[in-house]
Design a protein around this ligand. Structure first.
Ligand SMILES: Cc1cc2nc3c(=O)[nH]c(=O)nc-3n(C[C@H](O)[C@H](O)[C@H](O)COP(=O)(O)OP(=O)(O)OC[C@H]3O[C@@H](n4cnc5c(N)ncnc54)[C@H](O)[C@@H]3O)c2cc1C
Length: 418
């Protein structure tokens, strides 16, 4: 049997085109997006429109359906349906020049994933964007003043009043919250019930009682192109059918949250893609130095650049493994958490060395390296912090070990026949 890790020629070509697009269209606008602290600027919109793949919500890599603008579909693994492997590879290529373009998309892929899994047919019809149509701007709001990792402590509450839900509370750090037309708000229907009281409600941004507290939009370390807002809900009324899934089923929304395991590898590929571009950037900078570095210094740099490349390839293998399992409907929570929990540390170490290689020059705003380094630190926090995901990995490993142990014990206790 032959095993090939090669990609089909068309897919390789697509990834090369995405990398070129990111380098020549996205990177030149990276400083602008960082300085303006917004995704909304004319040149940025034009750059997004020139992407070689269809970036509408139903075709973006995070949904595993990578299509060209003309509708051609690409493959990277042996799965016919979802293609998370290709999504991960495309994501890495798209972020090679800089990550702002991905963060600037006018939709929230996590929201779309959850909607696609637990949304009722009516909810899908209302909020899913058909291919080729202009996406609605959406956001995701769970973090509160006192909790982010521990969503069982959420206090924003939805109380039923006839055919409506009445929502009160306050959310922080909602990416694109201010720009969204509709947001998925995590609420509790009963604070005493912890996780089993948790639900998700689709809330139109223009509902009376919603206040965007712009003065709380803090300037943050990195990923400035992705602005976060604090949003207050005061007696906000939404129709009863705006709660996702079955409001009486405590498991429904939690099952929906499980799909976030699928988006974690994409989040990390976003981070790796930019580090790959940065590593090549520094390699080119080293080559361009006149007079060149002496042989000993150059050899050390070559070794370090090689090590950074090897660590990125290792990380991509973890990501592709998780994505491949997702494509085949296999459990992949542990693998996705492993990649997302270890990834930020590996990437950050890479940036630290790249800055060292360039010396003081590497910390200067003349280069994007300092910005990429700042952006990379934020990956430790979004889509599950590293510490929390390490707990997930630990639990997954112990659960698997327990299952094996139980099987071994059951086999040992089975009466010997014959
Ligand atoms: C760029 C960016 C975009 C974001 N976008 C969104 C968004 O769109 N919507 C949204 O709702 N939020 C968003 N957030 C917020 C983010 O999801 C939260 O910051 C994150 O969930 C952590 O929550 P927290 O800040 O409240 O920290 P905490 O949960 O208080 O955690 C603080 C630290 O303690 C650690 N910790 C917590 N509990 C444990 C434990 N049991 N064991 C070990 N360590 C623990 C954490 O790992 C972390 O390092 C975004 C944040 C950033 C930086």
């Amino acid at each position: 049997m032959t095993i090939s890790f090669d990609l089909p020629a068309g897919t390789r070509q697509l990834l090369a085109e995405l990398r070129e697009w990111s380098l020549h269209e996205v990177r030149p606008l990276a400083r602008t997006a960082d300085t303006l602290e917004t995704k909304v600027f004319e040149a940025g919109k034009r750059a997004l429109e020139s992407c070689p793949i269809d970036m509408s919500p139903l075709a973006v890599p995070e949904l595993g359906l990578v299509r060209s603008g003309g509708g051609k579909r690409y493959r990277a693994s042996d799965s016919d349906d979802d293609n998370h492997v290709l999504g991960v590879l495309a994501m890495e290529a798209m972020c090679y020049g800089d990550g702002w373009a991905w963060g600037a998309l006018p939709r929230n892929a996590n929201l779309e994933k959850i909607l696609s899994v637990i949304g009722t047919p009516q909810q899908l019809e209302r909020w899913e964007t058909p291919p080729g149509e202009q996406p609605i701007q959406s956001s995701f709001a769970f973090t509160e003043e006192h909790c982010g990792s521990d969503i069982s402590a959420i206090r924003t509450q939805a109380v039923r009043d006839g055919d409506e839900w009445v929502i009160n509370g306050r959310k922080r750090f909602s990416s694109q919250g201010a720009e969204a037309t509709v947001m998925l708000v995590f609420v509790t229907v009963d604070p005493a019930r912890g996780m089993s009281g948790l639900r998700g409600v689709m809330v139109p941004q223009d509902s009376p009682g919603i206040k965007i507290l712009r003065e709380t939009e803090e300037r943050k370390l990195g990923m400035r192109y992705l602005r976060q807002s604090t949003i207050e809900f005061e007696d906000v009324r939404v129709p009863y059918d705006h709660m996702l899934g079955d409001p009486d089923d405590p498991k429904g929304f939690l099952e929906g949250l499980n799909v976030l395991n699928r988006t974690r590898p994409f989040c990390m590929a976003w981070n790796v893609g930019t580090l790959r571009g940065a590593t090549d950037y520094v390699g080119d900078w080293v080559k361009s130095q006149t007079p060149g570095f002496n042989a000993r210094r150059r050899q050390r740099i070559e070794e370090d650049l090689g090590e950074i490349r090897a660590s990125m390839d290792d990380l991509m293998r973890l990501l592709v493994n998780a994505a491949w399992k997702a494509d085949h409907g296999l459990p992949h929570r542990t693998e996705a958490a492993m990649a997302k929990s270890h990834g930020p540390r590996i990437v950050e170490r890479g940036y630290r060395r790249l800055v060292q290689i360039m010396g003081s020059e590497g910390s200067s705003e003349r280069h994007l390296l300092e910005k990429w380094y700042r952006d990379a630190v934020c990956f430790d926090l979004l889509e599950g912090t590293s510490q929390i995901l390490k707990l997930t990995v630990g639990r997954g490993i112990f659960a698997a070990a327990n299952r094996e142990l139980e099987t071994d014990i059951a086999a040992a206790l089975r009466p010997v026949s014959g």
